[in-house]
Write a protein that binds this ligand. Structure first.
Ligand SMILES: [Zn+2]
Length: 162
């Protein structure tokens, strides 16, 4: 059974989302900039790869800053009977990240946290989190129980999961 439990009423979730301000978005920057760590460049409000411009101001991009601070934009918790599927899960997450980061340099996975009873996947953006959840659901479908919170999605592998 795929069960979608939504602890927040829809209206409350919507208003929480509106209040959510991304404090990691750079503000008031006048010049194109390049991240000293990952080399992504900010140009006309967009982060891109492979921008070849001279004299870009050095900065730390929002994704590298979030990763340094451990400040996730969204967290996905993988629990339940997941361990037998771990290699497939890890491969899928890697594919999602490669596909996403190419066009959206600020959408990344932070280092995975492998705990005793769960794996915690923290992301630097909401888009990659949605894509990762979608990829896992496509693969296991009815073998999962999903719980959606404002900043955390929990995916539990059921015992009967394939
Ligand atoms: Zn960076």
């Amino acid at each position: 059974m795929l069960e979608a439990q939504r602890p927040l009423p829809y209206a409350a979730a919507r208003s929480a989302a509106r209040r959510w301000v991304d404090s990691y978005q750079p503000r008031g920057k006048l010049h194109p900039a390049v991240c000293t760590q990952c080399r992504a460049a900010e140009w006309q409000g967009q982060w891109r790869w492979n921008v070849e411009l001279p004299d870009l101001a050095p900065v730390l991009c929002p994704a590298c800053e979030r990763t340094r601070d451990g400040a996730a934009a969204h967290t996905i918790e993988l629990t339940g009977a997941m361990p037998p599927h771990w290699n497939t899960v890890r491969t899928l997450l890697g594919q999602v990240e490669r596909d996403t980061i190419r066009d959206a340099p600020m959408e990344r996975l932070m280092p995975l946290q492998v705990l005793d009873d769960r794996v915690v996947v923290r992301t630097t953006g909401k888009q990659i989190a949605r894509r990762a959840v979608a990829a896992l659901v496509r693969r296991w479908r009815h073998g999962l129980r999903l719980t959606f919170g404002a900043d955390t999605t929990t995916i539990e592998w059921l015992d009967s999961g394939r």
